[in-house]
Design a binder for this molecule. Structure first.
Ligand code: HEM
Ligand code: NAG
Ligand code: NAG
Length: 321
């Protein structure tokens, strides 16, 4: 019996090592090492939110940009004195500073209780969940155990983020590279139910030789009023014209009404391949929420570093050494 018992102990140890070696994320990763982690992050995010609503869209978008460049490893948070880190890339110019500030503050609060234990990448993943909940969206369990990356370069952003002019094939190709399906991509695009866009990101739809025919005409007029030609480039408008501060499925209803702000939004309804999903999400908020949760958890697995890869950054904006 003793021999069998020893074998079982050995076997379970081997299985544990194999599991950690496989780079699996776990929901209870910090259960022993930082048991109050989730409540600390929740507290810091809600404090930041009482200061500015921008906390919500800025943090959600920051998570997406982090994951699509080098994987979800907080590479987007690095500051470089020479201005060539990931966040300095052209595609990142419009990332709102409040998303960075949210993660930096939450990390500082976490460090006081669990120094050197929790990655910035995990704090960003938790903060992204918190802001969705604060906006009235669904909640979910966040998988944890990511390590912070050691590379952050503006030049490595090129080609890894979607452009607002993308068609369905281009969107699907880019998301597939990140192990995300068309269904995931349509659900994640629902994040555009929140937040702001600068006028230049869609002005070609209203100021070319003809107005984009997939735009509802009164919405097109509204966009021209808000964004006259040669407008101050810092002007930004709501991406969801109906319920801009609520995480809901109105984004999909807008698409059906010709009120998708970017071509990459509107195409989800005009392309017959994706239209049935838009129609489903527009009428069944529960289906949208479930698909969004699945997709956010999958997004959170993209390119993650685990085990002894990368590092646990002390200051989210700089590499440890
Ligand atoms: C499907 C392809 C996507 C494209 C082409 C796209 C493009 C854009 C663009 C051009 C902006 C406006 C930025 C500005 O002018 O300030 C924006 C904003 C935003 N995007 Fe996306 N995006 C996509 C997917 C996503 C995903 C997957 C998420 C998150 C899950 C996301 C979250 C956001 C949020 C929350 C904002 C508002 C940011 C703010 O108010 O600070 N986007 N997106
Ligand atoms: C996609 O999934 C495969 C199989 O699990 C994995 O090896 C690969 O690293 C993943 N790609 C990304 C970008 O996460
Ligand atoms: C939020 C943030 O840090 N955005 C930066 C993106 O990159 C430009 C160019 O370096 C900076 O000016 C922004 O501050």
């Amino acid at each position: 019996m003793e021999v069998v018992r020893r074998w079982l102990v050995l076997l379970s140890m081997v299985l544990m090592i194999m599991q950690s070696g496989e780079g699996q994320l776990l929901e209870n990763f910090y259960a022993n090492s930082c048991p109050n982690l989730e409540s600390i992050v929740r507290q810091e995010v809600s404090t930041k939110f009482t200061q500015t609503f921008v906390t919500i869209p800025a943090t959600l978008r920051l998570f997406f940009h982090d994951c699509f460049v080098e994987g979800c490893d907080a590479s987007v948070l690095i500051s470089s004195s020479s201005g060539d880190a990931e966040k300095d890339a052209k595609d990142n110019l419009s990332l709102a500073g409040d998303g960075f500030d949210t993660v930096i503050k939450a990390k500082q609060a976490v460090e006081t209780q669990c120094p050197g234990v929790v990655s910035c990448a995990d704090i960003l993943a938790l903060a992204a969940r918190e802001v969705v909940v604060l906006a009235g969206g669904p909640s979910w369990e966040v998988e944890l155990g990511r390590r912070d990356g050691l590379i952050s370069q503006a030049s490595r952003v090129t080609g890894n983020l979607p452009e607002p002019e993308f068609n369905l094939d281009q969107l699907n190709t880019l998301f597939a590279r990140n192990n995300l399906t068309q269904l995931d991509m349509i659900a994640l695009s629902g994040a555009h139910t929140l937040g702001f866009s600068h006028c230049d990101r869609f002005s070609s739809r209203i100021y070319s030789s003809s107005i984009d025919p997939t735009l509802d005409s009164s919405y097109a007029q509204q966009l021209m009023d808000a964004c006259p030609q040669n407008v101050d480039p810092s002007i930004a408008i709501n991406m969801d014209p109906e319920t801009p501060r609520t995480f809901d499925n109105v984004y999909y209803q807008n698409l059906i009404g010709g009120k998708g702000l970017f071509s990459s939004d509107q195409v989800l309804n005009t392309d017959p391949d994706s239209e049935p999903t838009v129609s489903d999400f527009a009428t069944n908020p529960g289906n949208f929420n479930a698909a969004f949760i699945t997709a956010m958890r999958k997004l959170g697995r993209v390119g993650v570093k685990t085990g002894n890869e990368g590092e646990i950054r002390i200051d989210c904006t700089t590499f440890n050494s």
